[in-house]
Unconditional design. Structure first.
Length: 338
C-alpha cells in the first residue's frame, strides 16, 4: 500500500512539473528591445594618388611625355543618398615652358542623382605656381625684351615661342553619367572658360564617354575586375591676346586665333580592391604646327610645319598619339577606414 502511495505521489509531481513547463512554453516571451538604427553620418572623404608615364589633358601632354605623379583629397557632404556637395584639391607634376612648379587644382560642386542619372555641376580652378615669363629674345645676354621684362628670372625659349608667367585659369562644368545596367554606362561632359590657360582665348570642351564593366565572374574569385572605356571630345578655342601674337616668329596684332581640335582616347583597366591599372591610347587631329602655336612648347623643332597661325614652321609633338599607363589607388574614409 505504501508503495502505491509513493508511486502515485511521484506521478503527480512529474505531471505537475510537465504541466508547468508546458505552460511556461506557451507564455509569451518579453520582446527584446529593438536596436536603434545606426546614425547617418553625412560626411565622407575621398582621397588617392597615382603615377603615370605621361600626363595627358584633352589629348595634349602636360609633362613633355615624361612620367608624372598626382594626388587628390576630396571632402564630401551627403545630404541624402541622392544629393552630395563636395570640394577638393589635387596636384600633378608638369613640364611647361614657363617652368611652373606644378599644377594645383581646386574645385567644388554638387552631385544630384535621379535614379540611373548622376549629374555633376561645379567650378574647377587650375593653378600653376612658380612660373616665370618665357621669351624668345636675349637682350645683352639676358632673356627678355620682346614680350617679357628683361630679367635674370625670365626664361629664354630658343624655338621662338613665348609663355606668360602665370597661366592659371578656371572652368565651369556640367556632367551627366547614365547607368544602363551593372555593365554599361555612358556620359556627356561640358566645360567652359572665358580665358583658357590665361591666354586671353575662351575655351569650350564637350565630350561623350562610354564604359563597359565586365562581370565580376570573369576572373573567378580572384577579386580582379576589368573595364573598357573611351571618350571622344572637341576643344573649341578663341583668339589669344597680343602677348602670344608676338611669338612663333610672327606678329598677330589681335592675338593668335587658335585652332580648335578633336581628341579621343580608349583604354582597358584592371581593378583590385583599391588599386586600378589603366592602359590607354590618346590622340588628337592637331597638326604639329598648330600644336606648337597652342602649347608654346619649349622643345619645338623644324621649319616645315607651316600653318596660318604658325608661319615659323616650328612643330611640336605634344599633341600627337600617346600611350598612357597609370597606376592609381582610390579610397574613401567611410568605406576603407572604418
Amino acid at each position: 500500500m505504501k508503495k502505491l502511495v509513493l508511486l502515485a505521489t511521484a506521478l503527480a509531481t512529474a505531471l505537475a512539473m510537465a504541466s508547468g513547463s508546458a505552460l511556461a512554453a506557451d507564455m509569451p516571451l518579453k520582446a527584446e528591445k529593438a536596436q536603434a538604427p545606426a546614425a547617418f553620418d553625412p560626411w565622407d572623404i575621398a582621397f588617392g594618388a597615382a603615377v603615370m608615364n605621361d600626363y595627358i589633358f584633352r589629348g595634349v601632354t602636360q609633362s613633355n611625355h615624361r612620367p608624372s605623379v598626382t594626388a587628390y583629397f576630396e571632402p564630401r557632404y551627403n545630404v541624402n543618398k541622392d544629393l552630395q556637395f563636395y570640394i577638393g584639391t589635387s596636384t600633378e607634376s608638369i613640364s611647361f615652358a614657363n617652368r611652373a612648379a606644378a599644377e594645383v587644382d581646386v574645385y567644388g560642386g554638387i552631385r544630384p542623382t535621379f535614379g540611373a542619372a548622376a549629374f555633376d555641376f561645379g567650378i574647377w580652378g587650375y593653378l600653376y605656381p612658380g612660373g616665370n615669363c618665357a621669351d624668345n629674345l636675349l637682350t645683352g645676354g639676358v632673356p627678355g625684351g620682346n614680350v617679357c621684362p628683361v630679367s635674370a628670372q625670365t626664361i629664354f625659349l630658343a624655338d621662338g615661342n613665348v609663355m606668360k608667367r602665370d597661366v592659371s585659369f578656371f572652368e565651369a562644368y556640367a556632367k551627366l553619367n547614365y547607368t544602363f545596367s551593372d555593365n554599361w554606362q555612358a556620359g556627356i561632359n561640358e566645360y567652359y572658360t572665358p580665358n583658357f590657360l590665361n591666354s586671353g582665348a575662351w575655351g569650350n570642351y564637350a565630350s561623350v564617354t562610354a564604359k563597359y564593366t565586365a562581370p565580376s565572374s570573369v576572373f573567378g574569385t580572384s577579386g580582379v575586375g576589368m573595364y573598357v572605356s573611351g571618350e571622344f571630345g572637341r576643344q573649341w578655342l578663341g583668339t589669344s591676346d597680343a602677348f602670344y601674337g608676338t611669338g612663333a616668329g610672327t606678329v598677330f596684332a589681335n592675338g593668335i586665333p587658335y585652332a580648335s581640335y578633336d581628341t579621343w582616347n580608349i583604354g582597358i583597366g584592371f581593378t583590385y580592391k583599391v588599386f586600378t591599372l589603366d592602359l590607354r591610347y590618346s590622340d588628337t587631329d592637331l597638326s604639329k604646327g598648330n600644336c606648337n602655336a597652342f602649347t608654346s612648347a619649349f622643345d619645338g623643332t623644324g621649319t616645315t610645319n607651316v600653318t596660318p597661325i604658325n608661319p615659323s614652321g616650328v612643330g611640336s609633338n605634344w599633341c600627337g598619339a600617346a600611350g598612357i599607363a597609370k597606376l592609381s589607388v582610390d579610397l574613401t574614409a567611410m568605406t576603407n577606414l572604418k
